[in-house]
Design a protein around this ligand. Structure first.
Ligand code: HEM
Length: 483
């Protein structure tokens, strides 16, 4: 008897839930909410989202729904109702974020590890101030001339170690050494040595927890990552305190050599109390490593992967870079930032790599008010996923989108305001590391293709939770004999 009672109650609960869902659907559709499905109770469409992420075609989650509901649709993933946009115009409006209608909305573990002072989570005037400071420094001519030598040194130092290993290397890991060294130099002027190695180890441990279960008990992934962050913070705190003393000695008139100097020198003239606190600076220095750490090495690794499978493109890239090398050897001049970034075919290779790699495949936002764009309503409190990968892999925007074709950029170029090409995001939060990243990739490609030939073993790209090579791209490099 009791058993029947439980079954009846269960059926009633399911029916109530179904009626409620249908009523909500009708109510929201009436208001102009994009069509779509809320999926299963509680889990929504999360399982399919993750399964597609793990497949070789992560965009298939969006493609399936796009064909059913159109370019903008609603879904329910990772525990939240969400509107997914695969429409470049709508993405542009979300990124521009006029009237501050959207704020960043990262999953819980990311929020926990980032900390509330991170620029990636910040909104309003503080985000704008920090963004302008960092971007202004990274674009300054003084920084550009200094960083070219640092990048060259880092690339050459790592390449020099390859001879000891008979040229057999795990490419993805080697490249990380190059780019982490540059990043820490840009942030705090730390050069090669024990301190850099310690930071590299701890940072690696720290970011492992970015996408994991949100449980903070001893032994869990999140706990270990937070501990690694504490150890990193100790090193950074010491560096910040030492630097503060030297800034005070020079009465704030010293040179601005890195991001730490930028943050320490900044005073809001109208209001002394708005000077950044030491805690804020330390947290932000560590958190700024996150967007820079995995992205650049993956772009370099995937450029080499794509070039390995495209001998025509490699040939043309090599010719262009060999010519620059010849000119520089003859004139005995140093390379400048402009030398590296004005090689047109090299820039096309970089554009095409960024388009196909989709290292940051989307950005997550939450609406702070009801927003209407292109006839769609995004209700207050809903998450929005602006999907870059869908735009980059759309046949309407790119012919044969799955082909690595650097020549396609000869016609179009890659202007920052091209809303069909947004590897670095756009609007208020356009990546301040954009020019630096392109320079790093250009310098690396130049020295790599003019120094070595290589043979790569078979390997696959994995897209979830972040883009990586399954086997870290094992390759064997051989010194070119023509130099
Ligand atoms: C290929 C390399 C890179 C790619 C593809 C990339 C991509 C992006 C994207 C898509 C965003 C926008 C996030 C959003 O709108 O929420 C972003 C933001 C950001 N990136 Fe990058 N990034 C790269 C390299 C770097 C580097 C090297 C640095 C540091 C030196 C950096 C620092 C930042 C920072 C601080 C932000 C936050 C800006 C803000 O919210 O105001 N990035 N990046």
């Amino acid at each position: 008897m009791e058993c029947w009672w439980v079954v009846i109650m269960g059926c009633v609960a399911v029916m109530c839930y179904w009626f409620w869902l249908e009523r909500e659907k009708r109510r929201l559709q009436k208001k102009g909410i994009p069509r779509g499905s809320a999926g299963w109770p509680f889990i929504g469409e999360t399982l399919d989202f993750i399964a597609c992420g793990y497949s070789s075609k992560p965009v298939s989650f969006m493609d399936k729904r796009k064909s059913l509901y159109g370019k903008v649709f609603k879904s329910h993933i990772l525990g939240t109702p969400i509107i997914v946009s695969t429409d470049s115009e709508l993405n542009k409006v979300i990124l521009q974020n006029h009237r501050n209608a959207f704020v960043p909305a990262y999953p819980k573990t990311i929020r926990e590890l980032l900390g509330e002072n991170s620029i990636l989570q910040m909104n309003g005037s503080l985000q704008k101030r920090l963004h302008a400071l960092i971007g202004g420094f990274l674009r300054s001519p003084q920084f550009k001339s200094q960083i070219v030598r640092d990048i060259e040194n880092s690339v050459k130092l790592t390449m020099a170690s390859w001879g000891d290993r008979d040229g057999s290397i795990l490419f993805q890991e080697e490249i990380k050494q190059i780019t982490f060294g540059i990043l820490v130099k840009v942030l705090m002027s730390i050069g090669p040595g024990e301190e850099l190695e310690f930071m590299s180890r701890e940072f690696e441990e720290f970011i492992k927890g970015l996408i994991c279960l949100p449980i903070k008990l001893p032994g869990t992934r999140l706990y270990k990552s937070l501990k690694a962050k504490e150890r990193l913070l100790k090193v950074v705190e010491r560096i910040v305190e030492e630097r503060k003393i030297s800034v005070q000695k020079l009465d704030g008139n010293g040179e601005t050599n890195d991001t730490l100097d930028v943050l320490l020198h900044d005073t809001d003239e109208a209001n002394e109390s708005r000077r950044f606190s030491s805690d804020f600076i330390c947290g932000n220095i560590i958190e700024m490593m996150i967007p820079g750490e995995e992205t650049v090495p993956m772009a370099m690794t995937l450029a080499v992967k794509f070039l390995t499978n495209s001998p025509e493109a490699l040939k043309q890239l090599k010719e262009e870079n060999m010519e620059l090398k010849r000119q520089k050897t003859e004139s005995l001049e140093e390379y400048s930032w402009m030398d590296y970034i004005s090689l047109p075919f090299t820039q096309n290779v970089i554009n095409e790599t960024l388009r196909l790699a989709n290292i940051i495949n989307a950005v997550w936002r939450k609406s702070t008010k009801d927003v209407e764009i292109k006839g769609y309503l995004i209700p207050q409190g809903w998450c929005v996923l602006a999907s870059f990968i869908s735009v980059h892999m759309d046949e309407e925007n790119y012919e044969n989108p799955y082909n690595f074709n650097p020549w396609r950029w000869e016609k179009t170029g890659a202007a920052v305001n091209n809303s069909n090409f947004t590897p670095f995001g756009g609007g208020q939060r356009l990546c301040p590391g954009l020019e630096l990243s392109r320079l790093e990739i250009s310098v690396f490609l130049h020295h790599f293709v003019t120094t070595y030939s290589w043979a790569a073993e078979d390997d696959e790209i994995v897209y979830f939770p972040t883009v990586k090579m399954k086997r870290k791209l094992p390759i064997r490099v051989t010194l070119l004999t023509t130099i």
